[in-house]
Design a protein around this ligand. Structure first.
Ligand SMILES: Cc1cc2nc3c(=O)[nH]c(=O)nc-3n(C[C@H](O)[C@H](O)[C@H](O)COP(=O)(O)OP(=O)(O)OC[C@H]3O[C@@H](n4cnc5c(N)ncnc54)[C@H](O)[C@@H]3O)c2cc1C
Length: 455
């Protein structure tokens, strides 16, 4: 894979891939293996997209500002890591929940909620999960399960309970990627997955144009012309086919908004799907302490703790780096809580994360004395993401599949939001969607060649 500076005004290739995240790179690997010449256009100055691993010389573990866990034994990811000899480990799942200001063990809370939910009849018509909880499920669910269900939907799915599809949530909780499924961590960080993909594509076939932000996509059957800006210059890249892996939030921006992309002609066939999906906000803060102070609290009872949760805080979820021991704690806010904070300055965000931690451990815990610094990313405010990951709005069961449909065998769609086989919103889903789009492109090319020969 060659990184190029797109200063030539016009470039051509077989296929253009827009976005060098997991989906774009997965597509590139498949297409390069089939001998195709590819241009990848990426707005950021790095590849990886919502995989954003930092390594600091004085921090013993990778700092993950984006994706961190492997949800379920996903072959898409684990095979890559195995091939690259990259270690991964079971992520510790022990959970404590703050109830009326006191931490209580809560390892069984997910199981308990699922058990209680089995007594609730699935509604015939899809409805927003919040309405389902209030009007259908509340009588069968304990107050603890109700609070946890809401926290999970807002925190894990980054969703707004007044919008998200009940069908989607119930399906997810019974699937392989649910919060209680086996979960792993790539021990050198998700960046290792990206590196192992990069080292798998030949440099002649794949050119990556970094800091090149697409603004316009002009297309007609068999021809795509992309207009992008790089370092204040306008450049054009042409190809017969393009794979669009832009994040949902970017695709949903009005074309005249900053960062908005103008399809010409407009993609009328995608409008319904785009309206039935939403991109959830997440702010992730990695708090760094002089020592893991929580391990010494209450006679060491939190030494094996992975998750701490508190429904009352703007940051309802915290986690440690177990099984690796470190003095880092991740503070996580998503959904409506994150929307309230999105766009705030970093100082206020970190203060809210520390305040929340104090509400979990109590004000006598030496949180501020031990605090050294923080790494922070607001994914809603990130103009090349406009949200963390996607969810389906009530009534939108077929939206992901509709988003993924190719348009006139010319524009193809990938990215976590366009995955429709149960892995959406994850790295595994992004990889799978990229592979699927690449195969669709190759089939379209083979079909065209076949028709040409018959003539
Ligand atoms: C905070 C956070 C935590 C997460 N945790 C997990 C986790 O633990 N496990 C998990 O499996 N998943 C997790 N995810 C989700 C996972 O990161 C994503 O589903 C996946 O990385 C998305 O890959 P993608 O290729 O679809 O999109 P992206 O990685 O976003 O790739 C799209 C690319 O398009 C580029 N782009 C945007 N606009 C333009 C433009 N105008 N021109 C050119 N390029 C553009 C972007 O810069 C980006 O590189 C998390 C996500 C976030 C944000």
């Amino acid at each position: 894979m060659t990184h190029v500076n797109t200063m030539a005004r016009k470039t051509t290739g077989d296929i253009v891939i827009i976005g060098a995240g997991a989906a774009g790179l997965a597509a590139a690997v498949e297409l390069a293996a089939a001998g195709r010449a590819i241009h990848i256009i990426e707005a950021r100055d790095r590849i990886g997209g919502r995989i954003c691993t930092r390594h600091e010389p004085d921090v013993p573990i990778p700092i993950e500002l984006g994706a961190e866990f492997i949800h379920g034994a996903s072959p898409e990811i684990l095979d890559w890591l195995r091939r690259a000899n990259e270690p991964f480990a079971d992520a510790t799942q022990t959970r404590w929940m703050s109830v009326k200001g006191k931490l209580q063990p809560a390892d069984d809370v997910f199981e308990e909620m699922k058990r209680e939910l089995k007594r609730v009849r699935r509604p015939r018509k899809d409805l927003p999960f919040g309405q389902f909880l209030d009007e259908v499920a509340s009588r069968k669910l304990s107050p603890r399960s109700q609070a946890f269900a809401r926290m999970l939907v807002e925190g894990f799915d980054a969703a707004d309970t007044s919008r998200v599809s009940t069908f989607e949530i119930l399906e997810e909780w019974n699937g392989d990627g649910a919060a209680d499924a086996p979960t792993f961590r790539p021990l050198n960080g998700y960046g290792a997955l990206i590196q192992s993909m990069v080292s798998n594509v030949s440099s002649e076939n794949v050119r990556v144009h970094l800091t090149t932000a697409v603004r316009e996509i002009h297309w007609k059957r068999g021809q795509v012309r992309i207009i992008a800006s790089t370092l204040g210059e306008s450049v054009e890249i042409e190809a017969p086919k393009a794979i669009v892996t832009l994040p949902l939030g970017v695709l949903q921006l009005p074309s005249h908004a900053p960062g908005g992309i103008s399809f010409r002609p407009a993609l009328a066939s995608k409008q319904e799907a785009l309206a039935q999906l939403a991109s959830g906000p997440v702010i992730k803060v990695i708090l760094r302490f002089r020592s893991p102070f929580w391990e010494a609290l209450d006679a060491g009872k939190y030494r094996g703790a992975a998750f701490f949760q508190s429904a009352e805080s703007l940051f309802p979820t915290y986690w440690t780096s177990l099984p690796a021991r470190s003095s880092l704690i991740v503070a996580w806010t998503a959904g409506p809580n994150a929307a309230r904070l999105a766009g705030s300055n970093e100082h206020d965000i970190v203060r809210a994360a520390l305040d929340g931690l104090e509400s979990v451990f109590g004000s006598s815990a030496p949180i501020r004395e031990c605090f050294v610094g923080a790494y922070c990313h607001d994914w809603q405010a990130d103009m090349f993401a406009c949200g963390a990951y996607s969810y389906v709005v009530a009534g939108g069961a077929s939206a992901r599949e509709a988003l993924a449909q190719p348009v006139q065998n010319t524009l193809f769609f990938a990215g976590e939001a366009a995955e429709f086989e149960g892995e959406a919103a994850t790295v595994a889903g992004a990889l799978r969607s990229g592979q699927r789009a690449a195969r669709q492109v190759l089939r379209a090319i083979a079909g065209a060649q076949h028709r040409h020969k018959r003539r």
